[in-house]
Design a protein around this ligand. Structure first.
Ligand code: UD1
Ligand code: UDP
Length: 381
């Protein structure tokens, strides 16, 4: 009798958003028959990565532990390349899966290519078309596409971007974004556990029940320096309004923490807190009136929750929600951030026009589609 095929898949990730978006894929692969699935953390992030591993109940088979304080892109790339080579010497998969546009993605894909291992790219085809914005992510994802053999595009537009770069059409699969799978999982977990909303209410008991909550996140490298100063001044201006309170879970990057603490610490109605675990963050997104962010993942989640988002960037690789009218690009510019936020606070009709729940990025079943493609490619041939 012919022996059943087993495909060896190594899922590699290193930062908070990659872990959130890969969690549904790891779970899907582990549930499916025919795969020997292992998880390799680069450890590009440490605390923020471990938070996600815990919430999703994931464990690592390999951990490169590369993070150092205020790491450089070159240092990080070298460590991930070397670390991946060591992993491949111990366990050689048929396919490496990477997600998104971080340095982990680029370096892990390159290391796999050097060993002639197939690379599958989750969230493929996002593009701004600007070499330095976002930096270094735009280049990371272009290079990841060149190195990949399977491209899991979240939207039709992302697929078109890949086809314009001459990626073969039969290697591109429109799956939706796995962030929606993760979000739906988290929402049903929160709603299925009666005690959780109460626990969160206690955790955030410093919030005023009548004041409108503005939730803020920010970490982009191209905003370091002047951009972050402008962002912080805009936040300070908004917090001085009577009816507003701000919660800002501050990213652990020292280039973010320094200006944020210098400008906003001690400011009335500005709550600077540590990065939140995923469930707590989603609870706060749901409780917020509007969201100010430069994050990719938050831009994709907020439309599902019907929350208006002001994106503090000049470019976006996620135009779908902008076109749908639930996200506005305001750049890291004090006047524009403050003006749009005030409009949302004062003009109910404008607010309602942006606060429509929709899912341009997926239907919550992206991971299943990715697993199906992997089955076709590695098990049924
Ligand atoms: C990285 C990604 C970015 C992604 C973001 C998500 C790159 C170049 N950047 O940016 O694409 O959008 O993650 O958050 O891949 N730090 C800690 N603990 C942590 C995480 C970070 O202390 O858990 C500090 C360290 O000092 C570290 C620094 O933050 O050196 C920067 O981390 P790094 O991963 O290089 O860049 P991010 O700005 O986090
Ligand atoms: N997030 C979180 N805790 C926080 C802030 C954000 O769990 O305190 C989640 C958020 O819901 C989203 C992801 O982290 O899924 C976004 O990560 P980040 O902004 O670090 O990176 P990006 O998406 O910009 O690459």
């Amino acid at each position: 009798m012919e022996k059943e095929k087993i495909a060896k898949v190594l899922v590699v990730f290193g930062t908070r958003p990659e872990a959130i978006k890969m969690a549904p894929v790891v779970k899907g692969l582990k549930r499916a028959e025919g795969f020997d699935t292992r998880v390799c953390l680069t450890g590009q992030h440490r605390e923020m990565l471990d938070q996600v591993m815990k919430i999703f109940g994931l464990t690592a088979d390999f951990d490169l532990e590369v993070m150092s304080s205020n790491q450089t892109l070159t240092g990080l790339t070298c460590k991930v390349l070397q670390g991946m080579q060591d992993v491949f010497a111990q366990w050689k998969p048929d396919c490496v899966l990477v997600q998104g546009d971080t340095t982990t993605v680029f370096a892990a894909a390159l290391a796999a290519f050097y060993e002639k291992i197939d690379v599958g790219h989750v969230e493929a085809g996002l593009r701004t078309g600007c070499r330095y914005s976002p930096f270094p992510e735009e280049m990371n994802r272009c290079l990841a596409s060149r190195l990949s053999m399977l491209h899991f595009a979240p939207t039709e537009l992302a697929k078109q971007n890949l086809l314009k770069e001459n990626v073969a059409v039969h290697d591109v699969f429109v799956t939706g974004n796995t962030v929606v799978d993760a979000l739906f999982d988290a929402l049903s977990y929160i709603d299925g556990h009666d005690q959780l909303p109460r626990q969160f209410a206690e955790k955030f008991d410093f919030l005023h029940p009548q004041k409108r909550l503005i939730l803020v996140t920010g970490h982009r490298r191209e905003n370091f320096g002047e951009g972050f100063l402008d962002i912080c001044h805009a936040i300070r201006e908004l917090a001085r309004r009577e009816s507003v309170q701000i919660v800002y879970p501050v990213h652990l990057n020292p280039n973010v923490r320094k200006p944020v603490n210098e400008i906003l610490k001690g400011e009335k109605d500005v709550h600077l807190i540590e990065p939140l675990d995923y469930l707590a963050f989603i609870y706060l997104m749901r409780r917020s009136y509007l969201i100010l962010t430069d994050s990719g993942g938050v831009q994709e989640e907020a439309p599902s929750l019907g929350k208006p988002v002001l994106v503090m960037r000049d470019t976006t690789e996620r135009p779908e929600a902008v076109e749908a009218g639930t996200v506005v690009l305001v750049g890291p510019h004090r006047d524009k951030i403050a003006a749009y936020a005030k409009k949302l606070l004062d003009d109910d009709a404008y607010y309602e026009s942006m606060a429509r729940a929709h899912n341009p990025y997926g239907d919550g079943r992206a991971a299943g589609r990715i697993v199906e493609v992997l089955k076709q490619r590695y098990l049924y041939h």
